[in-house]
Design a protein around this ligand. Structure first.
Ligand SMILES: C[S@@+](CC[C@H](N)C(=O)[O-])C[C@H]1O[C@@H](n2cnc3c(N)ncnc32)[C@H](O)[C@@H]1O
Length: 205
């Protein structure tokens, strides 16, 4: 999957929070697409993921010389302990939905704790921007327009249904108060037309 990492790096540069001397923590970093792109323009990147398989892919890239300022750490939202100067940016893309809502709030609180005042959380996730009464119709519409028949070419109906059934994507109107409650201002929020994806730029108060 193309993580739009270059665009994300530019967005954070334009926001004035990513640049020489800065530090970034990428939580749920996967194989490190964003972490490696960010490493080109900042001083320190910590790439955190609970999956040994995903981290091994990142470590392979690092061993091949992809970057010398990325630390790959096998911990998660609820276990990573940030050491050193508070981070300038915490980045997390398509990972927070792995936690149920209570634990999302705990994770967001921990993220606020690792950032400097004015530091930024950039968060993308599957977040539902509709009312519960509309959920069946909106989710069915999303699955129908997104699914492919071939597992090699994209997400199948059963994989998308599995996300809704087994993972913990929540509503925008539950997640956003959580983000604010732990000490962030939501500076920018954008939503997909499907009402299924949200991107947030949040500043630590
Ligand atoms: C869909 S992938 C996204 C990877 C990457 N951020 C991207 O956008 O390509 C979700 C990642 O979250 C990780 N993950 C799941 N639960 C986590 C947790 N509790 N803490 C940190 N990472 C977690 C998974 O191992 C996986 O690598």
């Amino acid at each position: 999957m193309d993580a739009e990492a270059a665009e994300e790096v530019r967005l954070l540069q334009d926001a004035g929070v990513l640049g020489p001397g800065c530090s970034v923590v990428d939580i749920g970093a996967g194989s490190g697409q964003f972490a490696l792109a960010a490493a080109q323009v900042c001083e320190r990147v910590v790439a955190v993921d609970v999956s040994p398989v995903m981290l091994a892919r990142l470590v392979e890239k690092l061993d091949r010389g992809a970057a010398s300022n990325v630390e790959a750490i096998g911990t998660g939202f609820l276990t990573y302990r940030h050491a050193g100067e508070p981070a300038d940016v915490v980045y997390s893309r398509y990972a927070l939905h792995h936690l149920p809502d209570f634990w999302k709030a705990m994770a967001l609180c921990r993220i606020a704790g690792m950032l400097r005042p004015g530091g930024v959380l950039r968060l993308w996730d599957v977040v539902y921007g509709f009312e519960p009464a509309d959920a069946e119709r909106r989710i069915e519409a999303w699955i129908t327009e997104t699914m492919t028949a071939d597992v090699e070419r994209g997400w199948t109906r059963s994989e998308l249904a599995e996300h809704v059934r087994d993972e913990h994507s929540t509503f925008t109107w539950l997640l956003e108060p959580m983000i604010e409650r732990v000490g962030f201002e939501i500076v920018d929020a954008s939503y997909s037309a499907s009402g299924v994806f949200a991107r947030y730029l949040c500043s630590k108060r």
